[in-house]
Write a protein that binds this ligand. Structure first.
Ligand SMILES: C[S@@+](CC[C@H](N)C(=O)[O-])C[C@H]1O[C@@H](n2cnc3c(N)ncnc32)[C@H](O)[C@@H]1O
Length: 370
C-alpha cells in the first residue's frame, strides 16, 4: 500500500507541566471540539479506539505523530500504544514530549517498537532558565531522562529513536539559543526544531514575544546557531528564516554554497518542495493529506482547524472520513477560492493555481446530504 498520508494524534487532553507560554499554564485539561464529547473520563484515548485508528490509518501513513498539543507519555497505556503503532512499521513514527515521564520499560519499548524520533522539548540549556519556563519540571530529571534514552539505545544496539530537541525561543531564553547546538550534541541529539513563541489561547504570552527585539540581531543569532548545529552534524528539521532577500548571495559560487549548506542543514528537503506543490495545486497542502485525531475521537483536516470535525472515531473509518462531504467541502472551498470555516482566515491558505480551469468541484458532484 502507498503511504501518502500524515497522521497527527493526541492521546490525552492533559500535561504534567504548566510551561509559561503554553495553554496548560491556564488549564488542567485541554478540550477539543466538540467540547461535550469525551471517550473517557480522564480525557485519554481508549486503547481500543487507538487500535482502530492505527489499523485504519497507519498502513497508509508515511508519518505518524503520536502527540501534538498534550503530553503523550502520561497516557496510562502508553507502552501498549507503542506496541500497536509498531505493528505498522510507519517510516516516520515520532512524537513531541517533555521526556520527564520516561521510565526504563518505556525507553525499551521506544526502541523495540521502532519509534523513529523522540522530540524532547527543552526550552533552556541551563537549570535556571529551563525550570523558569517549564513550570513543574526539574533539570536533574530531564538530564537523567536524556541519559536513560541514550543508554537504552546503546544497550539495545540501536540508533533509533533519534533524538530531536525542540526549543521554543522567547524572552526568557533569548540568550540561550546560541548554547543549544553544543547542548544538543552533548546529549546525543541529531536534530533541532527551533520555533518562535507565538500567541496561544488561554495564556498571555506577550511578555515572552520577541517581536520588539532587534530583528537583525535575532537573525544573526539564528544564523550562528544554524552554522554551529551543522558543524556538529545536527540537522534542522524546523528553523526560523534567518535571511532577508538582501542577504542572499548573488554570485554563482555564493548561491551554490548556500544551497549546499541548506541541503546539509536539512533546510531544503524533498518534502518541502512537495508541500509547496500541493499548496499551489490545492490551495493548501493539508486537507486530504493530513488527518488530525484527538483523544475524543474527533478528526480534523489539519492542526489549525477549529470548525466541526470531519469525522469521529470509533464510529467512522478512513473511507468515510476521506470520502465524506465535510472534507469535500473544505477541499472544494480551497480549490475554488471560496474557503470555508477556519480556512477563511488561515494564513497558510494559498490561491490554487489551476482554479480558473477547475470545472468540477466535489461539492457539485456530491450534493449536501439532507
Ligand atoms: C504543547 S507541547 C505538547 C507536547 C509535549 N508536552 C511537549 O512538551 O513537547 C508541544 C510544543 O509546543 C511548544 N509550545 C508551547 N506553547 C507554545 C507557544 N505559545 N508558542 C510556540 N510553541 C509553543 C512547546 O514548547 C512544545 O515544544
Amino acid at each position: 500500500m502507498r503511504r501518502p498520508y500524515s497522521i497527527v494524534l493526541d492521546l490525552t487532553e492533559r500535561c504534567n507541566l504548566k510551561c509559561v507560554m503554553c495553554y496548560f499554564s491556564g488549564t488542567d485539561r485541554l478540550r477539543f471540539a466538540p467540547y461535550d464529547r469525551s471517550l473517557s473520563e480522564r480525557g485519554t484515548m481508549p486503547v481500543e479506539v487507538f487500535e482502530k485508528v492505527a489499523a485504519d490509518h497507519f498502513p497508509r501513513a508515511h508519518r505518524v505523530a503520536l502527540a501534538c498539543a498534550a503530553e503523550p507519555m502520561i497516557h496510562p497505556n502508553f507502552r501498549d500504544i507503542l506496541e500497536i503503532a509498531g505493528r505498522y512499521r510507519v517510516p516516520d513514527l515520532w512524537f513531541p514530549t517533555n521526556l520527564l515521564p520516561l521510565v526504563e520499560r518505556t525507553a525499551e519499548a521506544l526502541v523495540d517498537h521502532g519509534v523513529t524520533t523522540v522530540a524532547a522539548s527543552i526550552d533552556g540549556v541551563t537549570r535556571e532558565t529551563y525550570e523558569k519556563i517549564r513550570i513543574g519540571a526539574r533539570w536533574d530529571r530531564l538530564i537523567s531522562r536524556l541519559e536513560l534514552l541514550g543508554e537504552t539505545k546503546k544497550r539495545r544496539g540501536s540508533k533509533r529513536p533519534t533524538l530531536r530537541i525542540i526549543f521554543t525561543w522567547m524572552k526568557s531564553n533569548r540568550h540561550e539559543l546560541r548554547g543549544l547546538p553544543a547542548f544538543a550534541a552533548e546529549h546525543g541529539a541529531t536534530e533541532l526544531d527551533v520555533r518562535f513563541v507565538t500567541p496561544t489561547t488561554g495564556v498571555d504570552v506577550s511578555p515572552e514575544l520577541l517581536d520588539g527585539e532587534d530583528q537583525d540581531e535575532l537573525r544573526a543569532d539564528l544564523r550562528a546557531t544554524a552554522r554551529e548545529a551543522v558543524s556538529h552534524g545536527i540537522r534542522l528539521t524546523s528553523f526560523p528564516e534567518f535571511e532577508t532577500a538582501a542577504d542572499r548571495p548573488r554570485s554563482l559560487v555564493g548561491r551554490a554554497r548556500r544551497r549546499v549548506f541548506n541541503l546539509r542543514a536539512g533546510l531544503e528537503r524533498w518534502e518541502h518542495w512537495r508541500h509547496l506543490w500541493r499548496e499551489r495545486k490545492n490551495g493548501c497542502a493539508y486537507p486530504g493529506q493530513t488527518y488530525v485525531i484527538r483523544p475524543n475521537g474527533a478528526v480534523s483536516p489539519c492542526i489549525f482547524w477549529q470548525g466541526d470535525p470531519i469525522g469521529f472515531y470509533p464510529e467512522d473509518d478512513f473511507g468515510s472520513v476521506q470520502g465524506g462531504d465535510a472534507l469535500a467541502r473544505i477541499r472544494d472551498g480551497l480549490e475554488c477560492g471560496e474557503p470555508v470555516g477556519t480556512c477563511t482566515d488561515c494564513i497558510y491558505r494559498r490561491d490554487a493555481f489551476y482554479r480558473p480551469f477547475h470545472r468540477s468541484p466535489r461539492k457539485l458532484l456530491r450534493p449536501e446530504t439532507p
